[in-house]
Design a protein around this ligand. Sequence first.
Ligand code: NAP
Ligand code: MG
Length: 496
Amino acid sequence: MSELSHKGWIDKAAAIRFRDKAFIDGKFVAARSGRTFASINPATGESLAEVASCGEEDVDRAVASARRAFVSGSWSRSTPAHRKEVLLRLAQLLRENLQELALLESLDMGKLVADAATIDVPGSAGIFQWYAEAIDKLYDEVAPTGSGDLVLVRREPLGVVGAVVPWNFPLDMATWKCAPALAAGNSVVLKPAEQSPFSALRLAELAMEAGLPAGVLNVVPGLGETAGQALGRHMDVDCLAFTGSTAVGKMFLQYSGQSNMKQVWLETGGKSPNLVFADCGNLDAAADMAAFGIFFNQGEVCSANSRLLVQRSVKDAMVEKLAARAAATQPGDPLDPASKMGALVDARHAANVMRFVEAGKKTARLVTGGDQVTVNGRGSFVQPTIFDNVSPQDTIAREEIFGPVLSVIAFDDEDEALRIANDSVYGLAASLWTDSLSRAHRIAERLHAGTVSVNTVDALSPMTPFGGFKQSGFGRDLSLHALDKYTALKTTWIKY
Ligand code: NAP
Ligand code: MG
């Protein structure tokens, strides 16, 4: 499967083909303006391809195609059993093209190819499979009105769904939107992040191969202010599903209010706390998972456990264990299966992360890391970095850094832990470690977070809803609840 050697991945990368056009109405097409943007490999700084940069006219074309496909009914009114069959085939095609997709992901945004091959791509295939298998098992309702009336309450697809996604898990974030939206019968226009367009373009091509009719899934690569905004303001888009930063999420609410009042669903930023209580029976496991929770995917994870709150009596022991784990997680060539951490998505983002690191050096104690580095003399890499003695008011404890930077904060008791944990504009995820069942429930109940993981971090599956409280957004990805975003209830009242 993914068991290629370093040289195997390098050879495969040399032969890879990048889809560099927009995918509209079942065909790859250039942007009408002829404009392109460069997609850069952040591990080397080299340009991979010039990609079509879609403007308003291209988004118009894509939405028109999506609408035509929807109205034709070839997908929207096909049986759930048919949609299941096509989406199962797509899941299979994702698995058959696993190495190629994993490479596209790694080259495009810097993550470890081994992670993409074992986590991202299988995860995406699994989610298409999950919604495919679910969609012909959902029954609608008959309202209990009594005799004389028959009242059907049915779920209908909305129409054209716009999806705008970020670069940290390009294929997975596209899948989290597309799988439920398509399973429900909608057409989709997807805008990938400018840093990472390739896997989305390949996904659309594979979806056609699986039997999705032309126009049902369109991909418009381009800049956020251009293609993303055009989708957000489009008068014929029924729903906009967004994953990205809180600042841009707020713009989509404005776009909607200033255009056609389309539904907007937002999965945005986070500053997730991980609470370690002194009664945690396995501090080593807590340290392993705390390190994973902040260093996995270079810390470019919306639900990254970027604030580690530790009860004072075990804090120093915990920091020592974490420093050892950080030392073993140094950046390396993303194509080398032995590497432990990849490149940050681009030079600009690395510079942003370093600004936070420099701020941290002024207010807290740097335990380890703290430098930007190169691998083989190039690329945008940042060392796994840990700050101790962080105050809850420090910038590094409040702002989403979106890099491998951990802030350790000590607490004395439950109330203080909760106060610090909940003192954030975000509320995406939280973790806690304790051997006390009642403490686990007590704390979980009071944490402001869409997901609380107990004695693990960042637990998620296609079966469980994912999304935030507060400025981490609203609406849920994954699980059957995601279908709420992509369907509307229709009541049909029959008098007899
Ligand atoms: P971002 O800057 O908000 O971009 C996300 C998407 O929005 C991209 O496709 C971007 O296009 C587009 N965009 C940017 N400016 C826009 C505008 N003015 N109008 C319309 N669209 C616009 O976020 P990012 O830096 O790619 O990703 C990191 C963020 O995503 C973090 O805050 C992270 O927490 C969040 N995230 C959240 C979740 C979750 O489920 N809650 C999951 C993953 C990531 P361009 O690429 O061209 O800028
Ligand atoms: Mg790129």
